[in-house]
Ligand binder design. Structure first.
Ligand SMILES: C[S@@+](CC[C@H](N)C(=O)[O-])C[C@H]1O[C@@H](n2cnc3c(N)ncnc32)[C@H](O)[C@@H]1O
Length: 244
């Protein structure tokens, strides 16, 4: 996907790090509340530009895995002390255990049950006994609604605006589509236009709970709200790894 490769340098204008403070605090509290202490190390799978990690690293030693070297490079700029590893969340094996594993919206790129199970397996393999998985998909089958969003900010020289349109052409399968349109403005005032389709996974709460249980975690679902989405409830899934 160009968004995470050729366009990665634009990520801070597409998704500014300060926008993640509130939700990262919720994820950090959730990890602390549900993990048998001490809680020091967190592995993030699909860490992207490192925006959640920027806030989570105030409390945990973060190890960050992403498929895209370009996105890892963006993350290194704001999280220079974190360990960054290029890898696929379905297959990466670091050979070490963490107190918690966190997967934010990158889980959306798991579009089949098989891929989702592989990513959850990776989480299980890297989570120590008594540790926790926190995973936060953007969409759930039951609550899915076609929606449009827009955003982007001005930088000191370059600026970006985008339109995001999510729809589900086939409600019978495990995917939905997000269409992106980007306007990229350069310092000389010229504007480039670019669009891209992303296929995202769309699973029911039941499927999530079953898969989290199948890989060995004790599953739980937690609802939460965010101040910039009044009236909207989000869901995150927890997996607690049984203590031995
Ligand atoms: C929306 S971005 C994540 C942004 C992140 N939440 C943050 O805090 O900056 C999605 C990321 O998922 C990554 N990704 C997609 N498929 C992946 C996979 N199979 N394994 C690891 N990372 C993946 C992409 O490279 C991209 O960087």
């Amino acid at each position: 996907m160009k968004m995470y490769r050729e366009l990665a340098a634009w990520w801070p204008l597409l998704s500014p790090v300060e926008n993640y403070a509130e939700e990262a605090a919720i994820y950090a509290e959730t990890i602390l509340q549900h993990t048998r202490p001490p809680v020091a190390s967190v592995l993030e799978l699909g860490s992207g530009g490192g925006n959640n990690a920027f806030h989570l690293k105030q409390r945990f030693a973060m190890t960050l895995v992403d498929l895209s070297e370009d996105m890892l490079e963006i993350s290194r700029r704001i999280n220079p002390a974190c360990r960054h590893v290029k890898g696929d969340m379905r297959t990466v094996r670091l050979g070490s255990l963490f107190d918690a594993v966190f997967i934010h919206d990158a889980i959306d790129y798991m579009t089949t049950r098989d891929d989702l199970q592989k990513a959850l397996d990776t989480a299980f393999v890297h989570c120590r006994a008594g540790g926790t998985l926190v995973v936060v998909p953007d969409h759930l089958k039951e609550s899915f609604q076609e929606e449009t969003d827009h955003g982007g900010v001005n930088g000191s020289d370059y600026s970006l605006r985008y339109l995001e349109w999510t729809w589900d052409p086939n409600p019978k399968d495990t995917t939905c589509l997000t269409e992106y349109a980007f306007l990229l403005r350069s310092p000389d005032g010229s504007v480039d236009c670019f669009s891209e389709r992303h296929e995202h996974g769309l699973f029911s709460k039941h499927e999530w709970i079953d898969l989290i249980e199948d890989v060995g975690f004790i599953p739980q679902i937690i609802s939460f709200g965010l101040s910039d989405h009044p009236g909207h409830t989000f869901e995150m899934f927890l997996g607690k790894k049984p203590s031995v």
